[in-house]
Write a protein that binds this ligand. Structure first.
Ligand code: ADP
Ligand code: ASP
Ligand code: MG
Length: 821
């Protein structure tokens, strides 16, 4: 015999019920087939809610309506498709059930309580309906059908709503049955019978267990669990889209995975089939052709770890105190009292100091566990030999499972590193002596991040970088275009997936936790009613969307945003920016930023603040880290001034050259901002601080290239007009330099000792800055390693494209972060 179990989603509507009948008929051609059915999806939840409402005095109208909306269309659709399907008969059966439910509901309302046998009866009516519908459909399709009653076959012990099956006793019962070899056998899942012959339940999701028990008692050749996914995956495929389908796994692996929360199998399913060595196949009703997952004695040895699972809603109980140390029998008493309270323990750890024992229970059992411990240890608690029992709720257990970890090294280090990378605190750790799983207790709110990060570490190797981009002016929008162009290539070649989660301009923002479509961002922003983006919103995004590696990209020149980096890093963001404001703020803020970055293990990258895309900051940091020391720095660090001064070489006047730069879009919207020299001073301060000098902006000597009176004016036109006044004097300076064979350059300098200045300098042909014109930047470092010939970094150091490229390469450096941490 083959036992095929179909879950709730497999019998959710008429079409799916037909699919199931198809699979059953095809299988029965080759081998005797038994079907174990769940209630149609959603029905058990409705019935459970009906119980609760009845207890609260309601007539359960909503629940009856909800039930009707699932069951009636199911029956009428089947009648419409199969002329021999006696819809009236099945509807009458359904109506009988509804009347019976109504009677019981009024009983509960009247009594104000619900005895367990009544609850058991109500909760498994969905299964009874599934059996009635399926048997009628199979008959309508000319099949012989034999319905068997689990109350008579599965002998159960334990609680009414959560019983266990005694397989040996059930085998005896099964032997007494006469199974018609030509019939398709049907049995409802989720229930059995106690020794008194009363109906009991096997616990929520217990139909898998029903099937496994039927397979064991009938000594079936295979137990097939048909569900709504292609098999067992490395973790819940609904939570992690790149979960890997497992072809084979051992009984023990499946047991650990389900025990620690993989819903695809009820945790008790494996025991009976493993005991009788019955292979178990997990298959998809919506894709019967798929191979599925085979659970048997054998595992796939190529995969060291099989999966990551999570168990939510657990409470962690800590029993500690001076009386624990060396006192024989404490653990025994503790666990005995918990077991007497009928509470099952999910995980245990004990510190080797014997000072405390920590264990976890399902949260619904926490109260019973506490009462049991307090009762058992009343004397010790009163005598302060034990500290008050400590219970932490809202915890979760995350586990890595796999036979291979018994021999492989490094699994646990990878596991804990992955948790640390997701910034997750581990409360307790347990590894079974079987070494088939390692589990960590963590905060319940961090489950998604934990699963995601561990899955990435063990299975996908994919690096996800989540971006929040603020500022979509020149640099921001160029960055978005570059990302869009490069994204597929990065994914294919480097396994890096860039997701733009949020984009904001000064008035509004758009977001999507799984990634925005970049080509639509501009239009979406225009239509967005979200209002201005706030730091609170940024923090919420990390928490609500469970982002593991989020990067805040500040493409504005805003002071206030720059001052929020501290907060953002504390919230979990890396920060990447071409905005110079943070690094040129007070020295306290500058160092505070670095301290926080280190403390929160976040990165702050700002390569594009100096020389746009040129590799300046990183090169300098690497040199200094390797023991180099700056002796002198000279540089042209303004693309606009480089362009203007280059035109002066050719004989143009200052105002003409500036107008030219302005008209070509090489200058700031108001060229005064370039000519004042402050932008250069900020870049110089960033370099000087990088070299270890404790300076502020006010320590930089800034020579304005022209007298400030020539820079006055309310807009670009007025400034350009006014600037003409400086032409004559400027021309003289140019001429003077020319006579010495030199040219004028606006040069920023750091002298040995840290004196910083920027101003006009006449340089001769021997100077590396002599030929730097046309918007180029050049940065010349004379250092202990690079002397007398300096290290020169030269190239276009301004413009939206190269600046965005600098920002982009900083972003890409963050993919290694998860491995480095
Ligand atoms: P059924 O109604 O068929 O019993 P369930 O909803 O109980 O189905 O179980 C199937 C679901 O289990 C899948 O839809 C999936 O979201 C979830 N699941 C959790 N962990 C895993 C895993 N490791 N592999 C496959 N599915 C999993
Ligand atoms: N219908 C029951 C439940 O939802 C049993 C099952 O589906 O396995 O819990
Ligand atoms: Mg299930």
């Amino acid at each position: 015999m083959r036992v095929l179990k179909f879950g709730g989603t497999s019998v959710a509507d008429a079409q799916r019920v037909i699919n199931v009948s198809e699979i059953a008929i095809n299988t029965s051609i080759q081998v005797q087939t038994a079907l174990v059915l769940s209630a149609p999806a959603g029905v058990t939840n409705i019935l459970v809610s009906m119980l609760k409402s009845a207890l609260a005095g309601s007539d359960c109208k909503n629940e009856f309506n909800a039930l009707d909306q699932i069951i009636r269309p199911l029956i009428t659709n089947l009648s419409a498709q199969y002329p021999k399907f006696e819809g009236e008969k099945v509807l009458a059966f359904y109506e009988d059930i509804v009347s019976e439910l109504q009677r019981r509901v009024s009983g509960i309302t009247l009594l104000g309580s619900c005895p367990d046998p009544v609850a058991a009866y109500i909760e498994c009516r969905g299964e009874a309906l599934s059996i009635a519908i399926m048997s009628e459909l199979l008959r309508a399709r000319e099949q012989q059908v034999q319905v068997i009653d689990p109350v008579e076959i599965l002998v159960c012990d334990g609680k009414f709503l959560e019983s266990s099956v005694d397989i040996e006793a059930s085998i005896e019962r099964f032997k007494r049955l006469t199974i018609d070899p030509k019939a398709i056998v049907l049995m409802s899942g989720f229930c059995g019978g106690n020794r008194q012959g009363q109906l009991v339940l096997l616990g929520r999701n217990g139909s898998d267990y029903s099937a496994a028990c039927l397979a064991a008692v009938s000594k079936a050749q295979c137990c097939e669990i048909w569900t709504d996914v292609d098999g067992v995956y490395s973790c819940d495929p609904r939570a992690v889209p790149d979960a890997v389908l497992l072809r084979r796994m051992s009984y023990k692996e499946a047991m650990e995975l389900s025990y620690f929360g993989a819903k695809v199998l009820h945790p008790r399913t494996i025991t009976p089939i493993a005991q009788y060595r019955i292979p178990c196949l997990i298959k998809n009703t919506l894709n019967p052709q798929g191979e599925g997952t085979l659970i048997s004695e054998e595992t796939d040895r190529n995969l060291i770890t099989k999966g990551i699972s999570d168990l939510k809603n657990v409470s962690m109980i800590n029993v500690s105190g001076p009386g624990m140390k060396g006192m024989v029998g404490m653990a025994g008493r503790l666990f005995s009292c918990i077991s007497r309270a009928n509470v099952s323990i999910v995980l245990i750890t004990q510190s080797s100091s014997e000072y405390s024992i920590t264990f976890c229970v399902h949260s619904e059992d926490a109260f019973a566990a506490r009462s049991a411990i307090e009762e058992e240890f009343k004397l010790e608690l009163n005598a302060h030999l034990l500290d008050p029992i400590e219970i932490q709720d809202k915890k979760a257990i995350i586990s890595v499972v796999g036979e291979g970890m018994r021999t492989a090294k490094g699994v646990s280090s990878k596991f804990f590193r992955a948790l640390a990378q997701a910034n997750i605190n581990v409360n307790a750790i347990a590894q079974g002596s079987s070494e088939r799983s390692i589990s960590a207790v963590i905060d319940g709110s961090k489950v998604s991040e934990a699963v995601f990060s561990c899955h990435t570490a063990f299975f996908s190797g994919r690096q996800i970088i989540d971006l929040i981009i603020v500022g979509v002016g020149g640099v921001g929008s160029a960055l978005l275009k570059q990302i869009e162009k490069q994204r597929d290539e990065l994914k294919k070649r480097n396994g890096i997936e860039i997701r733009v989660i949020c984009v904001a301009n000064s008035t509004s923002f758009v977001k999507d936790p799984v990634g925005l479509k970049i080509e639509q961002v501009e239009t979406m922003l225009k239509g967005s009613q979200n209002g201005p983006f706030t730091i609170e919103e940024a923090k919420r995004l990390v928490d609500d969307s469970h982002l593991v590696n989020p990067v805040f990209v500040d493409c504005t020149s805003s002071d206030s945003i720059a001052l929020s980096y501290l907060e953002l890093m504390q919230a979990g963001y890396h920060v990447v920016t071409p905005n110079k404001k943070a690094n040129t703020n007070s020295y306290e803020y500058y160092t505070g930023l670095r301290n926080i970055a280190q403390k929160c293990r976040r990165k702050f990258y700002y390569e594009a603040t100096v020389g746009a895309g040129l590799p300046v900051i990183n090169t300098l940091q690497n040199l200094l880290a390797a023991g180099d020391r700056l002796i002198e720095f000279n540089g042209i660090m303004s693309g606009t001034l480089s362009y203007i001064f280059g035109l002066l070489d050719e004989g143009k006047s200052l105002s003409q050259a500036t107008k030219d730069a302005y008209e070509r879009g090489y200058s700031e919207p108001n060229p005064r901002d370039d000519l004042e020299g402050m932008d250069v001073a900020r870049k110089l301060l960033i370099l000087a601080r990088e070299c270890g000098y404790k300076l502020d902006l006010s320590d930089i000597e800034v020579e304005c290239p022209v007298d400030v009176k020539y820079l006055e004016g309310n807009n670009a036109q007025e400034v350009l007009e006014n600037l003409k006044g400086a032409d004559e004097e400027f021309a003289k300076k140019v001429e003077l330099a020319k006579q010495e064979g030199k040219v004028l350059r606006y040069v920023a300098t750091i002298k040995d000792g840290g004196k910083c200045s920027c101003g006009i300098k006449a340089v001769g042909p021997e100077d590396p800055l002599f030929k730097v014109v046309g918007g180029e930047n050049a940065l010349s470092f004379t250092s202990a390693y690079y002397q007398p010939i300096p290290l020169v970094i030269r190239g276009y150091g301004a413009g939206t494209e190269v600046t965005a490229a600098g920002v982009f390469s900083d972003i890409l450096r963050l993919q290694n972060w998860t491995r480095e941490a």
